[in-house]
Design a protein around this ligand. Structure first.
Ligand code: NAD
Length: 359
């Protein structure tokens, strides 16, 4: 098949990890007889420097003409003034709302070979396999906000409509059917009106999926339960801000922020794929970033936007095989051991990919 993929490397370690994922996608294309065109465009802090705009019109166009977008990360100390008029994160919010990407899928797995690295006891991490579905274009990040008077009062507004909750709930229940048929919905229904609407709507959608078990948890209680009994959960669906916080917390289950991928999807096949970590300015330019989250995001791109399931699995299996064979970047290396640079680690994944049988 032919597909166009727009790459937004972004800032910090973004260009380092996206270039590795692109090189592996090129391997996949060559091996499976596909033709992928890669277009690179400016996004985030580097785009502010070049155009005074984190999501400039040329980048919007490049994304519009693509089947999917692979994104690195944006931001860094240079653009971190919270009072600045243009900020890298605005680009992310605009990208999501421009394409109606309301569902953010974040699979979290605990890799047995990395269990010693995670801050939790190894036995807690057995069989951990959670798919977080975070609502991405509603809630408090998109509601009306204001600072008043001389700045001594400010507010943000958490708003949800039934339609917004319904569409993300549909994604969660459909995903659960392909997995262990269990949805946990997270809210704060004992306090927030928007959470009561959220819970009511989840229950209404659940009626259309009688084969899927549904439960509800309050976000504060779940933040603890997820760490105490992580293997209990299958699909977890949450509103935008709760999902943001919980998915970062869940990174401890996999051993490093560098391990986790994500997909942001709307109603069609188009999606934006990115690792969950940020631009990691503390390690940028040193060639030591863990590219796994971006490689696994590229696998999600193959699956969700291009419908290439076998190719997605091949990439995921190659990562698994490289890890099993002991490939480790510094963030997941055993204490006292140096860890591979990003490029050496990528070569180990590439070799494992070459060894994956096509069939
Ligand atoms: P971060 O995720 O960039 O880094 C947190 C810690 O994890 C750092 O010590 C970093 O070195 C480490 N880390 C992250 N990714 C890694 C990888 N792939 N390999 C090895 N180590 C890795 O979070 P932060 O430091 O809070 O934020 C840095 C910048 O990134 C900020 O400007 C923030 O706004 C931005 N940010 C962007 C996104 C995004 O683009 N989606 C997400 C989160 C943060």
């Amino acid at each position: 098949m032919h597909a166009t993929i727009t790459v937004l490397p972004g800032d910090g370690i973004g260009p380092e990890v996206t270039s590795i994922a692109v090189s592996l996608l090129k391997d996949i294309a060559a091996r499976y007889g596909h033709s992928f065109t890669f277009n690179e465009a400016m996004f985030g802090g580097c785009a502010i420097d070049a155009y005074g705009d984190s999501f400039p019109p040329a980048t919007v166009k490049a994304c519009e003409s693509a089947n999917a977008v692979l994104l690195g990360a944006v931001g860094g100390p240079k653009w971190s003034d919270p009072t600045a008029k243009v900020r890298p994160e605005q680009g992310l919010l605009r990208l999501r709302s421009h394409f109606g990407l309301f569902a953010n899928l974040r699979p979290v797995k605990a890799y047995p070979m990395l269990a010693g690295h995670a801050p939790l006891r190894a036995e807690l991490l057995e069989n951990v396999d959670i798919l977080f579905i975070r609502e991405l274009t509603g809630g408090i990040y998109f509601g009306p906000r204001q600072e008043q008077g001389d700045g001594d009062t400010a507010w943000d507004t958490m708003i949800y409509t039934v339609a917004e909750v319904e569409r993300v709930a549909e994604v969660a229940f459909k995903a659960a059917r392909m997995r262990r048929s269990y949805v946990l919905s997270v809210d704060k229904a004992n306090v927030l009106a928007s959470s009561r609407l959220w819970r009511r709507t989840i229950n209404q959608v659940a009626e259309r999926y009688p084969d899927v078990k549904v439960e509800h948890a309050l976000v504060d209680a779940f933040a603890m339960q997820m760490i105490k009994t992580p293997s209990r959960y299958d699909v977890v669906v949450a509103e935008n801000m709760f999902g943001d916080i919980l998915t970062d917390e869940s990174a401890v289950l996999s051993g490093s922020l560098g391990m986790l991928p994500s997909a942001s999807l709307g109603t069609g096949k188009f999606g934006v794929y990115e690792p969950i970590h940020g631009s990691a300015p503390d390690i940028a330019g040193r060639g030591i970033a863990n590219p796994t989250g971006t490689i696994l995001s590229a696998a999600m791109l193959l699956r969700h936007s291009l419908g290439l399931e076998a190719e997605a699995l091949a990439l995921e299996n190659a990562v698994q095989a490289a890890l099993e064979a002991g490939a480790r970047t510094g963030d997941i290396a055993e204490p006292g051991k140096p860890g591979l640079g990003s490029a050496e680690y990528a070569e180990r994944v590439r070799a494992a990919l070459a060894a994956v049988k096509i069939g």
